[in-house]
Write a protein that binds this ligand. Structure first.
Ligand code: PLP
Length: 412
């Protein structure tokens, strides 16, 4: 770990206050040109005593705008302090967790995993336009039927066809032969460029796709392709629970990764992370964004510097080992639940390195699913699965009550 350290509360406070001092200070400086200010002082007091020890809240009140991309070219000078905090967050995620090389990636903290995924598809689509003179209808997205709905959303927005790859009902593994057939048929029908999205944990099952399945098939047909990893769900879990994981930038075939801090890292909403290799993001440069210094390489435009600070605070409170310990506890609870389900002969899917258990719906009475807020795969009578996510607040006590209820229901 080159960048990821554990800092004391005092060190964290000091670092964030230093960053805020490097930003324009709307309470003191004569800053005339921006349509921006600190939060409305009548509503959000900047002199509330508790703010003194609360660096994230201080940043919310100061309200910096981290608009643009700060790993590439120049950026707005007014917010250089919180832009640097964002780069420190990205260094931890891109380099320490996902094995990119220093200064060899670009990225930003997006409003969420949805935008980060769409950003990836947008970059790839334009890369095919710019590099191969590709036409829209020659490009296709490949992703499994378990992929997150942000992929069909992106397909619709960008007008690039999504080819849905089937998975096995029980193992949730991508069906390689069927993928081969899909690619072969697509090529016959005029597709020439492919962007594959492999999941580092699907939302419903926690299944982790083997990215080689996509690249093997695409290389067999010798077509230009790009590969994105959707780690929105598992990005802060899988690399810690599976130390042998190769799903990172050490694999030269992986071009970009999405990681949500507002899921497993428990950061505030608005903290999806997009990271890609250098040489790609300029495909979505919006030259018309002339009033933004350095112009804009992101989808969203204005975004809060306080989100970068919130993620930074979590990372530097735990440090790498602290985070590993937290994930280990979640893994232990997941195993506890699986052992109890085994005793009851109840079938479920669990990826061994994830904190998610998806149970065959026929084993779960409706009242129990309601009582414990289990999430169904489909909100209708065709539902076949319910999932339990072992989050921080889901403790063994809750699991034992759930199991006891389930036992009662089964015996009735
Ligand atoms: C949640 C999720 C997303 C989208 O994230 P938002 O932050 O809700 O936009 C994308 N992919 C996967 C796998 C997810 O679980």
């Amino acid at each position: 770990m080159q960048f990821w350290k554990k800092l004391t509360q005092e060190q964290r406070l000091h670092r964030i206050q230093q960053a805020l001092q490097e930003n324009v200070n709307f309470s003191k400086d004569a800053s005339l040109g921006y349509p921006a200010s600190k939060l409305d002082g009548r509503v959000f007091y900047d002199d509330a005593p508790f703010l003194k020890d609360a660096p994230t809240l201080q940043t919310y009140v100061a309200n910096p705008n981290n608009i643009g991309c700060h790993t590439f070219g120049t950026s707005e000078k007014a917010f250089c302090g919180t832009q640097e905090i964002e780069r420190e967050v990205l260094d931890v995620i891109a380099i320490d967790i996902f094995k990119a090389k220093e200064n060899e990636y670009d990225g930003y903290i997006a409003p969420g995993g949805t935008e980060a995924n769409i950003q990836a598809l947008w970059v790839f689509r334009n890369y095919f336009f710019n590099t191969y003179n590709a036409k829209l209808n020659e490009i296709a997205i490949l992703a499994s039927e378990d992929t997150h709905y942000s992929i069909p959303k992106g397909s619709n927005l960008l007008q690039v066809d999504w080819l849905k790859v089937p998975v096995d009902f029980n193992t949730r593994e991508i069906q390689k032969e069927q993928l081969g057939t899909i690619v072969e048929t697509a090529i016959k029908n005029g597709k020439r460029y492919f962007m594959a999205v492999a999941n580092m944990a699907t939302t419903m099952f926690g299944s982790v796709d083997n990215p080689d399945v996509y690249t093997d098939v695409l290389e067999k047909y010798n077509v230009p392709y790009k590969l994105h990893i959707d780690g929105a769900y598992g990005g802060f879990v899988y690399p810690f629970s599976n130390k042998e994981s190769k799903i990172n930038f050490s694999n030269p075939k992986i071009s970009s990764i999405t990681i949500d801090a507002h899921k497993m890292l428990q950061a505030p909403y608005g903290t999806g992370v997009f990271i890609c290799r250098k040489g790609l993001i300029e495909n979505v440069l919006t030259k018309e964004a002339e009033y933004v210094e350095g112009m804009d390489l992101t989808l969203c435009g204005s975004r809060s510097g306080a989100n970068a600070v919130a993620v930074w605070m979590i990372l530097f409170t735990y440090g790498a080992y602290g985070w590993f310990e937290k994930i280990s506890v979640l893994q232990m609870r997941t195993q506890f639940l699986c052992d109890e389900l085994d005793k009851l002969n109840i079938e479920y899917f669990r990826e061994p390195f994830m904190n998610l258990v998806t149970i065959h719906a026929e084993n779960i009475p409706h009242e129990i699913a309601e009582k414990y807020d289990l999430v169904p795969q489909q909100h209708n009578e065709h539902n076949k699965w319910y999932k339990i996510v072992l989050m921080d607040h889901v403790e063994i006590d809750h699991l034992t009550t759930f199991i006891d209820d389930l036992k009662l229901a089964i015996n009735e």
